[in-house]
Design a protein around this ligand. Structure first.
Ligand code: 6R9
Length: 638
């Protein structure tokens, strides 16, 4: 078993060992898994190239660890519970044995359709159990999954499919979120016009919306399952993988216009997602874990699918949204399935807070023992509301800081063990060595300081590369500061040595817990025919955390501002997806630029925040007059 931390002393001891003898520490954790062959070498690394190799020479398949090894001991226990968008629709439950069979069947379907080890497979599905099954089936045959969130546009999907040269897509006819029905297959059809690498599309039936099935390319999930059933193919031997073989690619936004394909590998990710799941949430056998994220994000990968299943836990997945049919939906689900661990995002908490306490009437919530938060800084008000009204002051709150790139939780209280402080992710987990640096890359030592957050030693769950472009990985994460992994986040370490993440220091926004690059949004806005140039910044938003504020220069003949605004929103929706739509669009005749042509975002950020009194030094501006104009037209009350 993974070494479980049971007290603050044990945390300190584990932490010290993980720093003094990292290899021995992680080898101990890795021992608890099923390996076809043990590793030759625990760790080999340098952050220069970078080259990071954990458990080299080890052979395994992660699905044998998620499924097969549980069959004897807990084959009849529930692995997955699924709650539909519509509360009237019957829930579904899968025991470990049932999930094993479903995964094997679908793995055979993948093979029958030509998929093999090393192939990249794009998964674009709603939050139904078949999404988890598809993910695991890919891993079973050694294919590399690239899950794309169901809210992304055809263009975003096409970019991701092309980048990874996917040969197959798994999707569904449609999906439900609240009152909306999403036409997934039709979006895929639009995307695939640009993707000749895709030879096969497997379509699950979910909404029974009419779809076009292209001859020779598209097949129905159910038909393919019937074929393998007829052939009696209920087992599927797991492909033997090297610890450092790719497990999945997950695209995420950075400060450039193009999302990067973060690559995670089999061995290290397995050890790290399970270690963090069991320790941070203090998971006890039999507990029901409800992570409200979508599997299209890293949180869903690590804490709906892999972490819980590797640990033999019961993982609950929910298709819908927190506010439909009403703002009591999460609480109904908690009571219905006696959820013990609830892991959600500050944006969801703030949104539910805004409905007041009425939606909580008649909800027991007495099964809850631990609460988690992820995705963005949690403000104190939301923290206290979560603590008082959901946890009834009986449940520790674990504010977990981590990233797509880190694979698992990095800085967080061990639930019920690390004393918490609202707004603080508190202390690093064992194996994680954070350091703060100033702009010059000099370490900021001691407590009561702030700086840019870096990590100075590898951990098993860290990214290995960005797909197809290793140099980009080096430049993005390992070149800002020598020999350090740079997170892109600002951070303060208080007098007690507790960490508080203050937000991104690069041009990445965090809107409702979703990472969106300002350059991506600008590119999308600039696609609109009447737009000459644009600049996008974030501003504080009561529910979303950050809102998107766009300053846009249009061609002079622009006459209907309202219509143009709508057209721009439609364009961004089409190019990226609805999540990237600006909250405010201000039309301007110029942007504040330096003499060398750089947009001074610092000034735009201040204006968007409504803090126009002190814009700092504007003497390097090419045309200071433009700032006055922008200030007077700022959309502060909209
Ligand atoms: C897991 C996930 C990563 C960025 C990260 C940071 C922000 C995540 C946070 C947090 C403050 C927390 N972030 N958790 N900020 N406190 N507990 O969200 O991954 O989508 O890649 O986003 O989110 O800015 O750098 P990802």
């Amino acid at each position: 078993m993974i070494q479980k931390i049971n007290s603050l002393e044990e945390y300190q001891a584990a932490y010290q060992k993980s720093v003094a003898q990292p290899e021995a520490f992680w080898a101990d954790q890795a021992e608890s898994f099923t390996w076809r062959k043990k590793w030759d070498n625990v760790l080999e690394w340098n952050f220069r190239e970078p080259s990071i190799k954990w458990f080299q020479g080890g052979k395994l398949n992660i699905t044998e660890n998620c499924l097969d090894r549980h069959l004897n001991e807990r084959g009849d226990e529930t692995a997955l519970i699924w709650e539909a968008n519509d509360p009237e629709e019957h829930f579904r439950k899968f025991t470990y044995r049932e999930l094993y069979t479903k995964v094997c069947q679908f793995a055979n379907v993948l093979k029958n359709n030509g998929a093999k080890k090393g192939d990249r497979i794009c998964i674009y599905m709603p939050m139904v159990p078949e999404l988890a099954i598809a993910v695991l089936a890919c891993a079973r045959i050694g294919a590399i999954h690239s899950v794309v969130f169901g809210g992304f546009s055809a263009q975003s999907i096409a970019d991701r499919i092309q980048d990874a040269q996917c040969s197959m897509v798994i999707t569904s006819d449609g999906g439900y979120r609240g009152t909306k029905e999403i036409q997934l297959k039709s979006v895929i059809d639009d995307a695939l016009v640009q993707c000749p690498s895709v030879k096969r599309v497997i379509v699950l039936t979910r909404s029974r919306t009419p779809v076009s099935m292209i001859k020779g390319r598209d097949v129905w999930w159910e038909d393919e399952i019937k074929k393998v059933e007829t052939l009696g193919m209920t087992e599927c031997a797991a492909e033997e993988m090297d610890a450092e073989d790719m497990l999945f690619i997950l695209y995420t936004s950075g400060s450039t216009g193009k999302p990067k394909g973060v690559v995670h590998t089999c061995g290290g990710y397995m050890v790290y997602s399970a270690y963090t799941f069991q320790n941070v949430f203090q998971y006890n056998p039999g507990e029901v874990h409800f992570c409200t994220a979508d599997i299209g994000w890293i949180t869903g990968h690590s804490y709906i699918v892999y972490g819980p299943l590797l640990s033999g836990a019961t993982s609950l997945m929910f298709e819908g949204i927190p506010t439909w049919p009403d703002a009591g939906r999460f609480w109904d689900i908690v009571d219905k399935y006696k959820v013990n661990i609830l892991y959600t995002a500050p944006t969801a908490i703030r949104s539910l807070m805004s409905f007041g306490l009425d939606p909580l009437k008649g909800k027991e919530l007495s099964s809850l023992t631990k609460l988690g938060s992820v995705g963005e800084p949690i403000n104190e008000e939301a923290w206290h509301w979560y603590d008082e009204h959901i946890g009834k002051k009986q449940c520790p709150i674990t504010d977990t800081w981590w990233q797509t790139e880190t694979g698992g939780i990095m800085i967080a209280p061990i639930a019920g063990i690390t004393p918490t402080k609202p707004g603080y992710a508190t202390l690093p987990l064992p194996g994680i060595q954070p350091i703060l640096v100033d702009e010059n890359g000099k370490e900021v030592q001691g407590n009561g300081v702030s700086g840019n957050l870096c990590i100075k030693f590898p951990w098993p769950g860290m990214l290995r590369t960005t797909y197809g472009d290793h140099e980009r990985c080096r430049l993005n994460y390992f070149s800002t500061y020598e020999n350090l992994y740079f997170t892109g986040d600002g951070c303060l370490r208080d007098e007690d040595g507790y960490y508080r993440i203050t937000g991104r220091v690069d041009d990445v926004l965090n809107v409702s817990g979703h990472r969106i690059g300002t350059a991506e949004v600008e590119n999308a806005i600039n696609m609109y025919s009447d737009v000459i140039e644009s600049a996008v910044v974030g501003y504080p938003h009561a529910v979303k955390g950050q809102g998107i504020y766009a300053f846009v220069i249009c061609t002079p003949h622009l006459n209907d501002e309202e219509l143009t605004r709508k057209d721009i929103l439609m364009t961004v929706s089409r190019i990226i997806g609805p999540i990237a739509k600006p909250d405010k669009i201000q039309f301007v005749s110029g942007l504040p630029k330096t003499r060398s042509g750089k947009i001074m975002r610092r000034i735009l950020r201040k204006i968007a925040e409504g803090d126009v009194s002190n814009l700092g030094d504007t003497s390097t501006l090419l045309d200071p007059q433009v700032v006055e104009e922008i200030k007077s037209g700022a959309l502060l009350s909209v």
